[in-house]
Design a protein. Structure first.
Length: 182
């Protein structure tokens, strides 16, 4: 018997609809006794105006669970459920780590050390296309003329410089970073 979403009705007597309820549980049993396994898809599926789709697709090299909204065409970006349900990477706010935001954007953070000018820092998890912004902040208070700044950024890394404003000497600085991208 196929699953019947109209069972039980509010007016049903439990003893009279018990066999129908058991048939519904039997129909649901075919999805894996309470869990489902999803094979990774090459692209997001199309959905009709009355359907939601759930699928697994690679994002940043990791399998990620997505929900596809009604009336989507093949290739439309889905809503990232994995990032909404759990922080990936370290799973805590400790550095380094990363997570998805409900908008589908990814946040990546860490606490590296820069020992001078044009030091490349690799993200703990690369972005799919690009990093939109990278913010840096020294862990300890720097001198009035010392600084840490982002020179450039891309999908897998960023370049940072730490120095003293009044001299050409480089400075070793431990700093936090927060990057946002897709």
């Amino acid at each position: 018997m196929a699953y019947d979403s109209t069972i039980p009705k509010a007016t049903d007597v439990m003893s009279a609809s018990q066999s129908q309820i058991q048939a519904n549980f039997a129909a649901l049993n075919s999805v894996g006794n309470g869990f489902m396994l999803f094979d990774q898809q090459a692209t997001s599926p199309a959905t009709s105006a009355t359907q939601f789709g759930m699928y697994v697709e690679s994002s940043g090299g990791s399998p990620v669970l997505f929900v596809q909204e009604p009336s989507a065409i093949v290739g439309d970006p889905g809503v990232n459920l994995t990032g909404m349900l759990t922080a990936l990477g370290s799973g805590t706010i400790a550095a380094p780590g990363w997570c998805f935001l409900s908008s589908g954007l990814r946040m990546v953070w860490g606490r590296p050390t820069s020992n001078g000018s044009n030091v490349t820092v690799n993200f703990t998890q690369a972005f799919t296309t690009t990093s939109f912004a990278v913010f840096v902040s020294p862990v300890v208070t720097l001198g009035a003329n010392d600084y840490v700044t982002v020179v450039s950024h891309g999908p897998s890394s960023f370049v940072v410089t730490t120095s003293a404003r009044t001299t050409t000497t480089t400075k070793s600085v431990v700093f936090n970073y927060l990057a946002i991208g897709d």
